[in-house]
Design a protein around this ligand. Structure first.
Ligand code: SDX
Length: 429
């Protein structure tokens, strides 16, 4: 919807730029003609005030701590839905009917196997390779196997590639884990639900039957829901930018995995658990809180703060509840890391510095404790984040391609380098 215009004065010249209003959330000023009319760029290196696209998929209100997927609050989806239902919602825009859900679940279930030659990729990696390095390599390599679904102009091929990735990410993630620990790969089983299938592919061994714990698989499924999509975060923006050049979907998702790996983004769950382990005990928390506040110390409290949430991350609340459910089911009473986490959260939420800067726990703060309790090593935490976020990346990628305003993303810059100068021969330097 077009709103009232915005007057912009540059160098004594005033132009009116069009504005647009969404259904909810801030309006935008369309600056597409700014450079042509004023010879001036805007400057926003962290994109703190920049909308990169129109989207109908996810809405976040950082001040209110609200997260909606196609209008549905994350709390309701996490409570009542399952991950594949949320995948359907993100991809198609509405919750599925029973028949649509059964069909979608069946299609995903019957695409969980990977090409048998994929298993040879793993032997090329050192055993101690970080599973995220393996994921980047293997997902990018999927485009070498699926030439029949890389024509991005064909909606059918896009949906085939989308379903393949949602279906195969758990299998590849489990293979990365099994390779990492030197155990044989476990094939998917079509009579298991998505989360149960994943847990079994990770933790089953040939020597005995693996019985899925329904409390743990429900927790795993809910963790996937909480990580499914999150508006235009760094990795999603990476996927959109890669996709804007026409790159195939597998290569775009591999780019998203690479971006997610950073500790400021999806790597924070691994970093948060390593931080809790380093703190070790409640009495050492003040030392680390002081370091986090020290301008001269690069240390930050991993799992705290967020570019958008200036209130409690709604996912963190659900994550905290899931943590207690999992620890309760496993009979883990006094987990020292949980004790440190709870006390660190209490201190941070009452500390003037964190209150003033609106630094609240984010989803990564509790997810690590839960994933560790489920049996995953810290190196697998971001892999699980990537597994779940694949549907968000795919949905946003599809939306970008279908957007009539879509063009290759090509930002400009503020040049602060040397003005033109002539080459001097080395004899004169
Ligand atoms: C995810 O975007 C998304 O939606 C991401 C995500 C998703 O689902 O895709 O939600 C997933 O990435 C969650 C965030 C996980 N990252 C961490 O937990 C790492 C620790 N957090 C910080 O690195 C930081 O808070 C960011 C990266 C999350 C946000 O950085 P911003 O928005 O650029 O904020 P900033 O770095 O400018 O910080 C603002 C101020 C600074 O102080 P001043 O320079 O103003 O004095 O707050 C301070 C920062 O020093 N600050 C922290 C802090 N985070 C910010 N101080 C101590 N500890 C922290 N964790």
């Amino acid at each position: 919807m077009t709103g009232k215009g915005a007057d912009v004065s540059v160098g004594g010249k005033t132009i009116e730029l069009p504005t647009r209003s969404g259904t909810i959330g801030p309006d935008v000023i369309d600056i597409g003609t700014l450079y042509k009319n004023t010879g001036t760029f805007t400057y926003d290196p962290g994109f703190t005030s920049t909308a990169s696209c129109e989207s109908k998929i996810t809405y976040i209100d950082g001040d209110e701590g609200v997260l909606l997927h196609r209008g549905y609050p994350i709390e309701q989806l996490a409570e009542h839905g399952d991950f594949l239902e949320v995948c359907y919602l993100l991809l198609y825009g509405d919750l599925p009917t029973k028949a649509q859900k059964d069909d979608f679940d069946h299609r995903v279930t019957h695409h969980t196997m990977v090409h048998e030659q994929m298993s040879r990729f793993f032997t090329g990696f050192r055993r101690d390779a970080h599973p995220m390095a393996v994921m980047c390599g293997c997902v990018g390599a999927l485009s070498a196997f699926y030439h029949d679904s890389t024509d991005i102009t064909d909606p059918h091929q896009r949906m085939v590639a989308s379903l393949r990735m949602i279906a195969k990410m758990p299998t590849i993630a489990a293979m990365a884990y099994k390779y990492h620990i030197g155990q044989p790969f476990v094939y998917p089983k079509n009579d298991l639900d998505y989360a149960s299938n994943f847990l079994r592919m990770c933790f089953a061994v040939p020597c005995e039957e693996y019985v899925v714990n329904p409390v743990l698989s429900r927790a795993m499924d809910r963790i996937f829901i909480l990580h499914a999509d999150h508006e235009q975060n760094a990795s999603t923006s990476t996927v959109r930018l890669a996709g804007s050049s026409g790159a195939n979907p597998f290569a775009c998702i591999a780019a998203g995995i690479a971006c997610l790996w950073g500790p400021a983004h999806g790597g924070a769950n691994e970093a948060a658990l390593n931080m809790l382990a380093e703190i070790g005990s409640v009495d050492r928390i003040p030392e680390y809180v002081a370091r986090a506040k020290d301008k001269n110390d690069p240390f930050r409290l991993m799992g705290f703060g967020h570019r958008v949430y200036k209130n409690y991350d709604p996912r963190a609340r659900i994550m905290q509840k899931t943590t207690h459910e999992v620890l309760g089911e496993l009979g883990i009473k006094d987990d020292p890391m949980l004790e440190v986490a709870m006390e660190l959260e209490r201190i941070a939420l009452t500390d003037e510095y964190f209150i003033e800067k609106k630094l609240y726990p984010n989803i990564d703060f509790y997810s690590g404790i839960t994933l560790k309790a489920l049996g995953f090593p810290t190196t697998m935490f971001t892999v699980l984040f990537a597994l779940a976020r694949t549907v968000g990346w795919i949905a946003q990628w599809n939306e970008m391609i279908e957007d009539p305003e879509q063009r290759i993303g090509r930002p400009r810059q503020l040049y602060i380098g040397e003005p033109k100068r002539d080459y001097t021969p080395v004899s004169k330097r």
